[in-house]
Design a protein around this ligand. Structure first.
Ligand code: HEC
Length: 223
């Protein structure tokens, strides 16, 4: 009798482990139907990447030229105001509700609306990791119950021109520092060095809703 107990215990352990594995497998496949990455046809994937790259580079170019122009016209103080009103406007211009959208996010955000979520933080960590091949973008497919989207992430890095408003508060123009403090009391976007990872450009294309728009954009480009 005394020999039986350990045997039974081992058996029970085995049974509970099997149940645990089965349960785990179930929850795993549940998750899979929510978020499956890179399981699409190559054509959709390359179409989305091409379009996202185009949209994000046009957005970045427009933002930067607006910023540089405002700095030339009235220095950093003027440019902050331009940034504050123009950045969301430019983002809105490069957005079509229900089809595609573009935004900037950061782990150390200035505007409270621009805080990176947990997935975006993970993507930022991948761009910050300099041990592997440097990546110019990361993309993923997100599949929900009846619709999906393609999400494209590109790193935003700081250059010298950014330092006036994102550099060390000690070396910042006093007036710039004051305006930032007044407008962004919870500002975390200072203390950067040139070349630092500042945030992400995120392009989201609804799928299949965005397909027609994407194909049209490519066709126009090829004309
Ligand atoms: C004249 C000051 C100024 C300069 C120069 C400037 N920024 Fe900003 N930046 C701002 C302001 C103001 C905001 C908040 C805009 C808003 O309210 O949407 C901002 C927001 C951002 C954001 C969005 C995330 C967040 O923290 O809210 C990113 C990313 C960013 N800046 C990157 C850059 C980069 C890269 C450069 C250099 C190419 C740069 N900025 C130069 C003032 C500046």
């Amino acid at each position: 009798m005394s020999m039986n107990r350990p045997v039974r215990r081992v058996l029970m352990l085995f049974v509970s482990a099997t149940v645990a594995i089965l349960l785990h497998a179930c929850s795993g496949s549940d998750k899979e139907s929510e978020t499956s990455e890179s399981s699409r046809a190559m054509t959709d994937d390359s179409l989305c990447i091409t379009v996202a790259r185009k949209v994000s580079s046009e957005f970045a170019k427009e933002l930067k030229s607006t910023l540089v122009k405002a700095m030339k016209e009235g220095g950093a103080v003027n440019a902050i105001n331009v940034c504050r009103t123009m950045a969301p406007e430019i983002a809105a211009k490069h957005t079509q509700a229900g089809v595609y959208s573009i935004k900037r996010v950061s782990d150390r955000n200035r505007n409270p609306d621009n805080l990176a979520d947990s997935v975006e933080l993970e993507i930022m960590a991948r761009f910050a990791d300099t041990t592997g091949e440097p990546q110019s973008y990361i993309s993923r497919w997100v599949t929900a119950q009846d619709h999906g989207s393609f999400v494209y992430y590109a790193p935003i890095r700081t250059g010298q021109v950014c330092m006036k408003c994102h550099g060390s508060p000690e070396t910042m123009e006093a007036e710039v520092r004051d305006i930032l403090r007044t407008n962004y009391p919870e500002d975390r976007a200072t203390g950067y060095q040139p070349g630092d990872l500042r945030g992400l450009l995120v392009v989201t294309i609804k799928w299949p809703e965005g397909k027609e728009w994407a194909e049209k954009l490519i066709a126009e480009q090829e004309k």
